[in-house]
Design a protein around this ligand. Structure first.
Ligand code: AP5
Ligand code: MG
Length: 216
């Protein structure tokens, strides 16, 4: 069973690359951001709490996220890509405990390194498909949908995420530096981290990822 963890700042291309990797290696794409956005649409106390945290660029509590992840992994018997998890050292520790209890290998842990100014530009033009999750960018030629505002894959109308504005981006980036970047040292010290540059085209980044994942 092949599992992959992508660690990266916001808008580094986790979702874009997860989609390509899931197709190439037949892996299930698990995005905790997508799971949380879906939970945030419920008209209940939990939904409102999650929505507030996402819109403000803060992290949702480890307990909520780990519960959602456990549900997503329950009964899964194929490899998967974790996009956006773990995001804190505590989440990583809990996840490693879970794997060891279930006797599941960790797989590839890959850090996508990319400068802040590059991702800020990507945030501004991003459009996502609310139906199939495909990701586009109306400011980057290679990532534009063929028909303006319409998903190439399922023809749904594309939307802009509410947290895709400059102010929330700055907060998301700050949260990343404080809470998530320490995972780089955490996994490095365990000797399991590979690093690639995310400041490349979509295809070049995909090639680098395949060099790591395809070799094992
Ligand atoms: P999440 O949904 O995970 O957001 P994020 O980490 O901020 O990452 P993004 O989805 O914004 O970016 P991405 O890396 O997927 O990039 P994409 O491929 O779209 O999390 C959202 C929120 O949920 C968090 O803020 C937090 O509140 C909560 N949350 C989630 N997980 C949590 C956890 N584990 N614990 C606690 N809270 C959690 O690409 C971005 C744009 O760039 C697109 O327009 C794309 O077309 C373009 N692009 C991609 N690659 C390239 C390229 N190579 N060249 C040019 N353009 C490119
Ligand atoms: Mg994403």
């Amino acid at each position: 069973m092949k599992n992959v963890i992508l660690i990266a700042p916001p808008a580094a291309g986790k979702g874009t690359q997860s989609k390509l990797l899931s197709e190439k290696y037949n892996l299930i794409h698990i995005s905790t951001g997508d799971l949380l956005r879906s939970a945030s649409q419920k008209n209940d106390e939990m939904g409102t709490l999650i929505k507030g945290l996402i819109d403000n660029g803060s992290l949702v509590s480890d307990e909520i996220v780990i519960d959602l992840l456990k549900d997503a992994l329950d009964g899964l018997n194929s490899g998967y890509i974790l996009d956006g998890f773990p995001r804190t050292v505590n989440q990583a520790e809990k996840y490693l405990e879970m794997l060891s209890e279930l006797n599941i290998p960790l797989g590839d842990v890959i850090f996508i390194d990319i400068p802040k100014d590059v991702i800020k530009k990507r945030i501004i033009g991003r459009l996502v498909c609310p139906s199939c999750g495909a990701v586009y960018n109306n400011l980057i030629e290679e990532n534009k949908p063929s028909k303006e505002g319409i998903c190439d894959e399922c023809a749904s109308a594309l939307i802009k995420r509410q947290d895709d504005n400059e102010e929330t981006f700055d907060k998301r980036y700050e949260t990343y530096v404080k809470e998530t970047y320490p995972l780089v040292d955490f996994f490095k010290s365990k000797g399991v981290l590979s690093t690639i540059s995310g400041n490349l085209t979509k295809e070049e980044t995909f090639d680098r990822l395949q060099q790591i994942i395809g070799n094992k």
